[in-house]
Ligand binder design. Sequence first.
Ligand code: BV8
Ligand code: ZN
Length: 244
Amino acid sequence: MSPDLLNDARSRLASARAITVLTGAGISADSGVPTFRGADGLWRNFRAEELATPEAFERDPRLVWEWYSWRRELIATKQPNDAHRAIAALESRINDFWLITQNVDGLHRAAGSTKLSEIHGNIWMLRCTACDAVTKNYQVPLPLLPNCARCGGLLRPHIVWFGESLQEEDLTRCANQLQACDVLLVIGTSGVVYPAAGFASIAKEAGAYVIELNLDPTPQSDLVDIALRGRAKDLVPILLQAGK
Ligand code: BV8
Ligand code: ZN
């Protein structure tokens, strides 16, 4: 990738008044968290689309919980990387910043990000299927099947599954931040899962300069202004370097 592409992107970000960042599993790959659609994206030969659905949970809650419990145990041993940390440092440097993440691993929060929407939920939050109570739970391993302390109902991951709609407040926040930003930085997402896959074109329509950072091309690569090829942990700290 030509160095002046990286410099163009860097100067765009350095002069931006309002920045929105959208991340996917690729940013956590550098922390050792498997991505969904990469070679390591399988679990016991299931794909996320087969397990991350209300129907799968209805049919076999134990199987779905075994998958999430396996992911919780794996993620519990992982740390944020330099890309997560660079994004967390940026939020305190500019006044109009927002992070939209599709990741449920909680690594952005662990890196110190506070201005963020976890639009697909968080693997450390559980929701009661009977009384809707949402609780934080960091137990690893999680005794299965978990029940609500309040009403005894079966608990599920507080995560947005395929076929479930995102939370209204997240959708509103995303729409506002995509409209308001001068620059949208899209990091480590394959751009196939909606509505997040539509965010780059929404921002572009609203006049934002869109930068994509990925190892490979994605369905959005043709519409973005700059497509950077490389690892998030290497490029994000350079892109967001303060000053100069
Ligand atoms: C909804 C929870 C509507 C599970 C997840 C059009 C409009 C609206 C909906 C749809 C639509 N078309 C189809 C749909 C349905 C569906 C959908 O999009 N399906 C796809 C498969 C076609 N969408 C939904 O169901 C959504 N709901 O819109 O509902 C509605 C409205 C009203 C009422 C009812 C319903 C819900 C979507 C959320 C699904 N939940 N996760 C869990 O995580 O446990 S999605 C799942 O995929 C993950 O959350 C993940 O975040 C997400 C996206 O994956 P990526 O993050 O992109 O990860 P991936 O592995 O794919 O790619 C990694 C990328 O990183 C790669 O490009 C790779 O090259 C790159 N990379 C790797 N290493 C690095 C790197 N880059 C840089 N550096 C590296 N080191
Ligand atoms: Zn309950």
